[in-house]
Design a protein around this ligand. Structure first.
Ligand SMILES: Cc1cc2nc3c(=O)[nH]c(=O)nc-3n(C[C@H](O)[C@H](O)[C@H](O)COP(=O)(O)OP(=O)(O)OC[C@H]3O[C@@H](n4cnc5c(N)ncnc54)[C@H](O)[C@@H]3O)c2cc1C
Length: 226
């Protein structure tokens, strides 16, 4: 069953990190104060939270308290390691939870933003509008749509990035909490390409991220633009 179309200025399909950041920045733009925004996301509270690292130069728009702040980076390539002190910038470790909390505080205080729990099944662009269909038949229209949803089954990006994150604890001091091993390629000589980052929280505790980059399949343009 197809329901009545609803009108918005902007539909944000996928309210993850990118979608909610966009809503946050649109909310803060005085010239866009009246913009009606609809955020559609299927995850609700099931969003898989992950650790995030970000750069900071004292001009960050979000008031985050990082779990760790690094003033040096260790970079490993082959047998060599270089430790590079940072100047103006800091590398910080947090989790997506506080980031979302900061974004949601602004988004939820804006009466022009509506959030919807739903699965986007199709985004179709017309000459002067975009139509967004949900898998339950609901249909919404807007002037603009930002689509960050996962592509339908069978479509893969040319390169896929996946990863694992582990929090490790050691019996003795093993880490320098001021230094992040940012990208260590020493174990990335094989296919799939992978590297790891070691982000100490204390001298005995660190977040270790392993990231893999694998070849995917080039998407067919026809499938992207239905
Ligand atoms: C292993 C790994 C480590 C990373 N580490 C970092 C890091 O340290 N720092 C950093 O800045 N970035 C990091 N990134 C990148 C960062 O996570 C992504 O750039 C960011 O999450 C992309 O935001 P997004 O909104 O596009 O995707 P997501 O945050 O994944 O959000 C997509 C949203 O779309 C929703 N959705 C999907 N399909 C549908 C649908 N059909 N209908 C409705 N909703 C849908 C999902 O529920 C989800 O909420 C990492 C990525 C990976 C894979």
């Amino acid at each position: 069953m197809t329901h009545r179309a609803h009108e918005y200025d902007v539909i944000i399909a996928g309210g993850g990190l990118a979608g909610r950041s966009l809503a946050y920045f649109l909310s803060r733009e005085p010239e866009l104060a009246g913009t009606r925004i609809l955020i559609i996301d299927e995850a609700g509270d099931r969003y898989p939270h992950r650790s995030l690292i970000y750069w900071h130069d004292n001009a960050l728009p979000l008031s985050l308290t990082p779990a760790a702040t690094f003033t040096s980076l260790a970079v490993d390539a082959g047998p060599a390691q270089r430790v590079l002190p940072l100047k103006r910038h800091r590398l910080c470790l947090t989790s997506s939870r506080p980031v979302f909390r900061c974004l949601d505080d602004v988004i939820d205080a804006n009466p022009r933003i509506t959030r919807l729990d739903g699965q986007v099944s199709r985004v179709r662009a017309h000459a002067d509008s975009v139509e967004v269909a949900l898998s339950d038949g609901r249909l919404y229209t807007a002037f603009h749509c930002f689509d960050s949803t996962v592509p339908p089954d069978g479509i893969k990006a040319p390169l896929l990035m996946t990863g694992e994150v582990r929090q490790v604890r050691t019996a003795h001091d093993a880490f320098d909490p001021s230094t992040a091993t940012f990208i260590d390629f020493r174990f990335g000589e094989h296919n799939p390409v992978h590297f790891h980052c070691v982000l100490p929280i204390t001298a005995r505790e660190a977040v270790v991220e392993v990231t893999r980059i694998t070849p995917g399949q080039v998407p067919s343009p026809k499938k992207w633009f239905q």
